[in-house]
Write a protein that binds this ligand. Structure first.
Ligand code: NAD
Ligand code: IPM
Ligand code: MN
Length: 369
């Protein structure tokens, strides 16, 4: 098996803690000779600010550009909250997404059987839930100009952000959603607020055009984003693929996480366009943040990070079988009644972050025989 170049960026807070558990899984795979990785580690977020003064050093960006895949932890924390806006740790992930052209953030929300009761919703409403949120991730209000805090004519401060979407940005995100739907249950729900936003009007029009011209076989539904949030909480199983802007996708995916039991469960893949040489930049990140409230306590749930690694195996390395093994191992640990604090239920055994990691490897051993 050829060496795959993997860049690991643990970041801040619980990032390094959950990444440590992924390393166990990688070590196991290497011992089993399932894959050989050439692993590099880099600085991002607050860790990079402390060491080098910037949230995403050029060296990190270049290493990410050269890697076959990037595994990203999480960034941010109270220690850096007082820094000027343009120096915040969060800019680390935003720069990586933007400069590598990672425009499609795939956020699956799957309710695993053992976690049906950990959901905030009634078991019947969420059992078997399997949705995929395609969040546009290099455009919209995250990057639009003008932005900033300015002073108006009366000397009062005004905060400005601008939602800008070009038709090409909308179309390429839509294509990812339609493509995915074809491999799933063939339905896309495109969300926006075409009733109040100009960018939303264009979003709806472009998604319809792409649908008509290239994906007429896929069912397309348009839904206002506020209604989509409500529907996610009341009848989530109506959805297959949800297409959303950068901001709406961010919010809807945290909401979807609550349905699955915990933010600590949800992975994501952030993909760029396929290049002429067949390569595709890709970064894998849990949807949760650095969780300052539990960082350093050893109680974080490493599942989202481990499952992000599974997505990496599937999407960047074409290792479907190994990806499934990892996913199965996580599910089996949960089925065995072991729970990190965030998904703790009565009658279950409470385990730490590292015991969760060890248990996943134990299950991998059983699965592999
Ligand atoms: P958060 O996702 O870090 O935490 C929200 C809540 O979920 C907290 O109560 C936390 O304890 C819990 N939680 C999150 N992940 C968990 C896990 N794996 N196991 C158990 N519990 C978990 O969001 P926040 O508190 O709003 O933000 C904290 C910091 O993280 C901020 O600086 C924010 O900007 C940053 N952030 C970074 C990313 C990223 O790096 N991709 C994503 C979101 C937030
Ligand atoms: C996420 C996070 C990031 C985002 C922040 C940390 C920039 O919330 O990945 O969901 O808003 O995209
Ligand atoms: Mn978020």
């Amino acid at each position: 098996i050829a060496n795959k170049k993997l860049l690991v960026l643990p970041g801040d807070g619980i990032g390094p803690e959950v990444m440590h558990e992924v390393r166990r899984v990688i070590d196991w795979m290497e011992q089993r000779r399932l894959v050989r990785f050439e692993i590099g580690e880099g600085l991002v977020g607050g860790a990079a600010i402390d060491a080098e003064g910037v949230p995403c050093p050029d060296r990190t960006l270049e290493a990410a550009r050269e890697a076959d895949a990037v595994l990203f932890g999480s960034v941010g924390g109270p220690k850096w909250d007082k820094l000027p806006f343009e120096q915040r740790p969060e800019l680390g992930i935003l720069r990586l997404r933007k400069e590598l052209g990672l425009f499609a953030n795939l956020r699956p929300a799957i309710v695993l059987d053992p976690l049906v009761d950990a959901s905030s919703l009634k078991p019947d409403v969420v059992r078997g839930l399997d949705i995929m949120i395609v969040r546009e991730s290099t455009g919209g209000i995250y990057f639009g100009e003008p932005r900033g805090i300015h002073t108006d004519a009366n000397g009062k401060r005004i905060g400005i952000d601008t939602e800008v979407y070009s038709e090409d940005e909308i179309a390429r995100a839509a294509r990812v959603a339609f493509d995915l739907a074809r491999k799933r249950r063939n339905k896309v729900t495109s969300t926006e607020k075409a009733n109040v936003m100009q960018s939303g009007r264009l979003w709806r029009a472009v998604v319809s055009e792409v649908h008509k011209a290239e994906f007429p076989d896929v069912e397309l539904e348009h839904m206002y984003a506020d209604n989509a949030a409500m529907q996610l909480c009341s009848r989530p199983k109506q959805f297959d693929v949800i297409l959303a802007s950068n901001l709406f996708g961010d919010v809807l995916s945290d909401l979807a996480a609550a349905l699955t039991g915990s933010l600590g469960m949800l992975p994501s893949a952030t993909l760029g366009a396929v290049q002429p040489d067949g390569r595709r930049h890709a970064l894998y990140e849990p949807i949760h943040g650095s969780a300052p409230d539990i960082a350093g306590k050893g109680i974080a749930n490493p599942s989202a990070q481990i499952l992000s690694f599974a997505m990496l195996l599937r999407w960047s390395f074409g290792m479907e079988e190994q990806a499934r093994m990892v996913e199965q191992a996580v599910e089996r640990v949960l089925a065995g009644g072991m729970r990190t604090a965030d998904i703790m239920q009565p009658g279950m055994a409470r385990i730490s972050c590292s015991v969760m990691g060890e248990s996943v490897v134990r299950e991998l051993n059983k699965i592999a025989g």
